[in-house]
Design a protein. Structure first.
Ligand code: SF4
Ligand code: SF4
Length: 230
């Protein structure tokens, strides 16, 4: 699948998810940005999409803003969602990972507004809450939402199986370079010396038995996504 086809599929996954969350009673609204921290993660496909947008919309200076936080503490995943699903299925120990909102706001947040809102990655789209996090201090999510989030993350990683996952600032630091974007397009991106981790195809889906019935329509919608012909 070429990169443009993957981007079309990515948009369709976003739409399936938006249809799902559109039916939920959520407190999320514009300028509510308590969840916009420096700990957001994404795949290289999403990073490629955001980088292309920053360049085409004349916002390349935001790359410098992202680079400025590379020396600060931020969440850097050590396993991808598909690897996590495999470890869970095998009953293996999961790596310890910690993330703290106190590490700071997202570098793409300005006056409580996302500078790339329409292009924001799934890690931001799937951060939803039934109650305002500013009041409660945490996002209040049903476990079903967590399951749907994981399934969508697994599909997104699957279509970017030749790519990588990492923190927003780290992925965009890689994608800021034209040569890296070209290598990414031809599945030849090398990320030695960075904190990015290799994506994997889906081997097992992370769906607990109690959610199988409710998740089925989402799975059906994801499986119905047509891969456009070139
Ligand atoms: S997840 Fe919480 S902070 Fe983020 S938009 Fe929703 S209610 Fe606001
Ligand atoms: S990319 Fe946008 S939506 Fe996501 S955390 Fe940053 S400011 Fe918030």
């Amino acid at each position: 699948m070429d990169v443009n086809t993957k981007l079309v599929v990515l948009d369709k996954i976003y739409r399936v998810y938006d249809d799902f969350t559109g039916k939920l009673d959520l407190a999320c609204q514009k300028y509510c940005a308590h969840c916009c921290t420096c700990n957001v993660t994404l795949t290289t496909l999403e990073g490629y999409r955001i980088a292309r947008h920053l360049i085409s919309s004349g916002q390349s200076s935001l790359f410098e803003k992202l680079q400025a936080v590379l020396s600060s503490k931020r969440f850097q995943p050590v396993v991808t969602t598909n690897k996590l699903a495999e470890l869970c299925a095998l009953g293996k120990d999961l790596p310890l990972e910690s993330s703290d909102p106190a590490w700071g706001p997202c570098p793409l947040l300005k006056n409580d507004e996302c500078l790339i809102y329409l292009q924001r990655p799934f890690g931001c789209r799937c951060m939803v809450s039934k109650h305002n996090c500013r009041e409660t201090g945490y996002a209040d999510m049903d476990t079903l939402v967590l399951t749907v989030n994981n399934v969508c993350l697994q599909y997104m990683e699957h279509i970017d199986a030749h790519g990588f996952t990492g923190n927003l600032s780290d992925v965009l630091d890689v994608m800021a370079k034209e040569q890296n974007r070209q290598h990414y397009k031809s599945n030849k991106l090398k990320v030695a010396g960075t904190s990015l981790i290799a994506n994997r195809p889906i081997k097992v889906l992370m769906i607990p038995p109690e959610h199988r019935h409710e998740v089925k329509p989402i799975l059906d919608a994801l499986n119905r996504i047509q891969v456009p012909m070139k």
